[in-house]
Design a protein around this ligand. Structure first.
Ligand code: CMP
Length: 139
């Protein structure tokens, strides 16, 4: 079902480098409404659960370690065509391949420390958003 919602995290690298405000500014100026927002941190166990789909990949252990290395910002965003438009706004997973002006092009350093996460489908946006937020925290 199309929900016009996506889920994002501002990852530990972008938080540590002081980019929370600039990234949220890019997101809202691109027309996304913030439906839920939280400054928090993932334990290694929670990061492992969140990225369980990648558990067979060679980068999984490093990804879990990185994603639990410091605070993150979690958010649910709403806009027509949210999934595709947000993936366009953030750019390719590997920032060296991300288009100029995209969030990863501007703020990311590597494929692992790539500044932001964006859901890849409506179904995963719902699962990922509900991983962080209860119904009482979504507006
Ligand atoms: P994200 O969109 O959060 O989803 C999975 C993450 O795994 C991805 O962003 C990257 O940060 C991370 N990752 C680390 N190494 C790789 C890799 N070689 N290929 C794809 N993703 C990787």
């Amino acid at each position: 079902m199309k929900t016009n919602r996506t889920f994002t995290m501002i990852k530990p690298d972008a938080v540590a480098n002081g980019h929370i405000g600039a990234i949220l500014d890019h997101i809202t100026k691109a027309g996304f409404k913030i439906v839920a927002l939280k400054y928090t941190a993932l334990s290694a166990q929670k990061a492992g659960e969140f990225y369980a789909v990648h558990s067979e990949r060679g980068f999984y252990a490093d990804l879990v370690s990185f994603m639990s290395s410091g605070p993150i910002v979690a958010a649910i965003l709403e806009k027509d065509n949210a999934i595709a438009d947000f993936r366009t706004l953030i750019g390719a997973t590997d920032p060296s391949k991300a288009d100029k002006g995209t969030i990863r092009n501007l703020f990311a350093k590597s494929i692992e420390a790539n500044a932001v996460h964006g859901s890849d489908s409506d179904e995963n946006a719902e699962i990922e958003g509900s991983f962080f937020f209860s119904a009482f925290e979504k507006f």
